[in-house]
Design a binder for this molecule. Structure first.
Ligand code: THU
Length: 127
């Protein structure tokens, strides 16, 4: 897996963030089983609560192109390294249990973890 390339795609997506309210830019890039990369940025709204995080935009792009098996996701922010929000953790867990999560910033710091560590015992629909 080319982590550098994934981070670079997330960085490029970050430059397209629509974040006039928080002024906080986030980029994400998803690597699928098929080897394709789908990127996303955060998209805010004047109705703040309907803002969508970069991670979910990237995942929804992959899934809507028919790629439901996610291997890794890189997330790039501007300042200090940050983690992935709870809503996005649940969405990531839906599409792969061993997803690698790479948190990076524009300075070049990075931290690698997995969705199993960030969201143990994720909700799955069982009936
Ligand atoms: N945001 C993300 O895109 N990903 C995260 O994991 C956390 C937060 C966005 C949402 C909002 O546009 C801005 O960052 C500030 O919360």
């Amino acid at each position: 897996m080319n982590i550098k390339r994934l981070i670079n795609e997330a960085k490029k997506a970050r430059n397209r963030a629509y974040s006039p309210y928080s002024k906080y830019k986030v980029g994400a890039a998803v690597l699928t089983k098929g080897g394709n990369i789908y990127s996303g940025c955060n998209v805010e709204n004047a109705s703040f609560g309907i803002t969508c995080c970069a991670e979910r935009v990237a995942i929804f792009k992959a899934v809507s192109e028919g790629e439901k098996d996610i291997k890794a996701i890189a997330v790039v922010t501007g300042g200090k390294l940050t983690s992935v929000c709870g809503a996005c953790r649940q969405v990531i867990a839906e599409f792969g249990k061993d997803v690698k999560i790479i948190m990076a910033n524009v300075k070049g710091d990075k931290k690698v973890t997995t969705i199993a560590k960030l969201l143990p015992d994720a909700f799955k629909l069982k009936r």
